[in-house]
Design a protein around this ligand. Structure first.
Ligand code: HBI
Ligand code: FE
Length: 296
């Protein structure tokens, strides 16, 4: 396991990163990764890449190749940043793990994607409770090379900073949007359903379940519907929302959310496993195996 990284307190350049001492950022300790760390990356990478042919959206594997991400070694953030800088202006920054929401939103608004610097152990191969390097780097980063999705992520960050100023209910609504798009979103491609959400792309079992199980509902994306949808942290999702394309996602989130938050304030959330009236149902799930309770 890599040694604990040194924290860098640095005066940031005029790239617009406001705080003078960014305590949340750590340099990627690439030379400290052990052979076991690289082996875990290689095993997860190879397994997912084989599984995702025909299951991931086209842009995912294409951009992974474009940025030179391979199974061989844990990628160097600096090398991926060169590809990102040339394409969408995004930058990967190393972090210890989950950040306070406002910090996270501010990074996204400035086109900085926080990536956990450490990778899971072989014992945690198939499940760990918080995002590690494999989830963040393998799952989230390739699509930051896709211009429209990259714009959506930056717009999401700006919206998050605003929502943080509005209050907890707005934040809850916005977190659901992140959950059902960036983490667990599906997209129509080639007349079929494909995966673009990082939480699914980085999970062996959910990559199959999300597309092939009869249990979950699959519903056409609708912004306010998604913002009302409770979700699951500890099991497969009970519902997946489907977009027609990244342009649809970007267009849906253009308007100012303030009136939307006001409208939603008076409406109850929809449980994760429920089909709401007016839903554009693509496939109504059987609900088989749904865990009771535990929606957030
Ligand atoms: N921090 N590093 C990191 N990565 C995330 O994906 C993340 C976070 N903090 C908060 C968060 N995600 C979610 O609450 C978002 O919906 C904001
Ligand atoms: Fe994530």
């Amino acid at each position: 396991m890599a040694a604990t990284p040194k924290r860098v307190e640095h005066q940031l350049t005029d790239k617009g990163y406001v705080p003078v001492y960014a305590t949340g950022i750590v340099e990627q300790p690439w030379n400290d990764y052990s052979e076991t760390d690289h082996a875990v990356w290689a095993q997860l990478f190879a397994r997912q890449n084989e599984l995702l042919v025909g299951r991931a959206c086209d842009e995912f594997l294409a951009n992974q190749r474009r940025m030179g991400m391979t199974a061989e070694r844990i990628p160097k953030f600096s090398e991926l940043n060169a590809a990102l800088a040339r394409t969408t202006g995004w930058e990967i920054i190393g972090v210890e793990g989950l950040l306070p929401e406002l910090d996270f939103f501010e990074h996204l608004a400035n086109r900085r994607f926080p990536v956990t610097w450490w990778i899971r152990t072989p014992e945690q191969l198939d499940y760990l409770s918080e995002p590690d390097l494999f989830h963040d780097l393998y799952g989230h980063v390739p699509l930051l090379m896709e211009p429209v999705f990259a714009d959506y992520m930056a717009a999401y960050g700006r919206g998050g900073v605003k929502a943080h100023g509005i209050g907890p209910e707005a934040l809850t609504n916005l977190t659901r949007l992140y959950w059902y798009t960036v983490e667990f979103g599906l997209i129509r491609q080639h007349g079929d359903l494909r995966i673009y959400g990082a939480g699914v792309l980085s999970s062996k079992t959910e990559s199959i379940y999300s597309l092939e199980s009869a249990a979950p509902h699959r519903i056409g994306f609708d912004l306010e519907r998604v913002m009302r949808a409770q979700y699951r942290i500890d099991t497969f999702q009970k519902t997946y929302f489907v977009i027609d394309g990244f342009a649809e996602l970007m267009a849906a989130t253009e308007p100012d959310f303030t009136p939307i938050y006001a409208r939603l304030a008076g409406r109850p959330p929809i449980p994760a496993g429920e089909v709401g009236e007016g839903d554009a149902v693509i496939q109504r799930g059987t609900g088989e195996g749904f865990a009771e309770g535990g929606d957030v």
